[in-house]
Design a binder for this molecule. Structure first.
Ligand code: C2O
Ligand code: CU
Length: 472
């Protein structure tokens, strides 16, 4: 049995799930969103060792850690306004773990950060996560304990919150992108956190997969309009996708709607933990095949990620439909830039890039945020933010590497790069800083609690590029 999925039309029982204290905080922050008798969508989710057929049925299977035995884990889906309840069980033999709901602005007690928001779930133990996502969009879940290893061995899955009125499409498809570093015999190489990976670009794999398969043909019908939800679950790889023969439009970033636009240079760039929602009109002809290629890294070859193959069926329609593709915005608190408090955040550390030794820490190349390298989920907050107040973070990347920086519990607007306003003022929960780039983000600190702020290249997170903000 893969997973049970029951929608219970029942009154919500919070007692027994949340402690008194967190129930109060939850009502305080989110009470207005509760419906008295909302639907609860319940899933069971189990992390355990499993086998993945990355190369299809013929290839040797790979031993992985998986949610419900599949890589990626099951797609958890609910409608905006519904409550999600996940009864999580840790079936890993020796690893404690948690589930973090990446990008969801939920109460702190449900954020899945070990030692901070909950005790790690030990082997054989369970934990019940329960919350009402405030935003529709494309999200995902993954462990927050020894993330580079647990995510790197296959623990990740998509979480989709459906809009009340989604754009009209023929198919809604999720592609979870990932890469793997395998031995010739197909097993995952155990060289996690090697010196070279952790102080450079992170653990890049040598085999990229979409939904746990390499190169598989993606069959389409001519004339179809597809919503493609991309999720980058890789530990370190930044993907840059080129859709041969097609012109996708970006309609959402990190789950949050954005004015529909063409990707820059017709390339869709998606860094670890980010999501991009696309509308793709299948404008090819029956029988045709097109490649989706990936190339981000300097000097690397473009790789075929998969091929779009057109079935022989007659076209569904002769021209793309005229329906609007924009999504209605979520109800995010708008930062007040005039009143916002401005904070400087400087990122340092790292190995050799472009002929420069970047490490700044005394005695090493550890990554750091404002001079501090944090290796555990226990810290004094870097900043204590006043609840309800607007903040601008002026993020300075003083390293020779890219970093996708993620803030828990909030979405922020990316307001400027290199001091210039961004074109789309997009909402994000993870933003990439290019080497030595400055990026300014703005948000309202409206979600009380302690929230991690870290690089989502998980080797970098493990080796110092992590801190915590307190919203009080
Ligand atoms: Cu996707 Cu701190 O995590
Ligand atoms: Cu980084």
């Amino acid at each position: 049995m893969a997973f049970s999925r029951l929608a219970l039309a029942s009154a919500i029982s919070r007692r027994g799930v949340l402690t008194g204290a967190s129930a109060t905080a939850l009502l305080g922050a989110w009470g207005s969103r509760f419906t008295a008798a909302g639907e609860v969508r319940e899933y069971r989710l189990r992390a355990a060792p499993g086998l993945a057929h990355l190369r299809g049925a013929e290839g040797a299977p790979t031993q992985v850690w998986a949610y419900d035995g599949t890589v990626p884990g099951p797609e958890l889906r609910l409608k905006l306004g519904e409550r999600l309840r996940v009864v999580f069980e840790n079936g890993l033999p020796e690893e404690a773990t948690t589930v973090h709901w990446h990008g969801l602005r939920i109460p702190n007690a449900m954020d899945g950060v070990p030692h901070m928001t909950q005790a790690a779930v030990r082997p054989g133990e369970s934990f019940v996560y329960e919350f009402t996502p405030p935003d529709a969009g494309t999200f995902w879940y993954h462990p927050h304990e020894r993330s580079v290893i647990q995510v790197g061995r296959g623990l990740f899955g998509p979480l989709i919150v459906e809009e009340p009125e989604p754009p009209r499409v023929d198919r809604d498809v999720t592609w979870v992108l990932n890469d793997w570093r395998l031995d010739p015999n197909g097993s995952i190489r155990s060289d996690f956190l090697s010196f070279n990976d952790r102080f450079n670009e992170g653990r890049l794999g040598d085999l990229s997969t979409v939904n746990g398969r390499i190169g598989g043909p993606f069959a389409v019908r001519a004339g179809e309009r597809i919503r493609l939800r991309l999720i980058n679950a890789a530990v370190a790889r930044i993907f840059e996708l080129a859709f041969e023969g097609h012109h996708p439009k970006i309609i959402a970033l990190d789950g949050q709607p954005v004015a529909p636009h063409d990707p820059e240079d017709e390339r869709v760039v998606i860094a670890p933990s980010q999501r991009v929602d696309l509308i793709v009109d299948m404008t090819g002809k029956p029988g045709e095949t097109f490649k989706v290629r990936d190339k981000f890294y300097e000097g690397a070859q473009a790789q075929d990620l998969l091929s779009i193959t057109y079935r022989d069926d007659p076209p569904l329609r002769t021209a793309p439909p005229g329906d609007p593709i924009a999504i209605t915005d979520n109800a995010l608190p708008e930062p007040d830039l005039a009143q916002a408090e401005r904070l400087d955040v400087t990122f340092g550390g790292g190995g050799m890039a472009n002929g420069v030794m970047w490490g700044e820490m005394a005695g090493g190349t550890d990554w750091s945020i404002n001079g501090v390298a944090l290796f555990e989920h226990s810290a004094e907050p870097l900043f204590t933010l006043r609840r309800g107040r607007s903040y601008v973070l002026r993020m300075n990347n003083k390293t020779g590497f890219h970093h996708p920086i993620h803030l828990h519990g909030h979405s922020f607007r990316v307001i400027a790069r290199g001091g210039k306003p961004t074109e789309h003022q997009e909402w994000r929960d993870s933003v990439v800083m290019a080497p030595v780039e400055r990026v300014d983000i703005a948000f309202v600190a409206d979600n009380p609690g302690d929230w991690m702020f870290h690089c989502h290249i998980l080797d970098h997170q493990a080796f110092g590029m992590m801190t915590m903000f307190r919203v009080a």
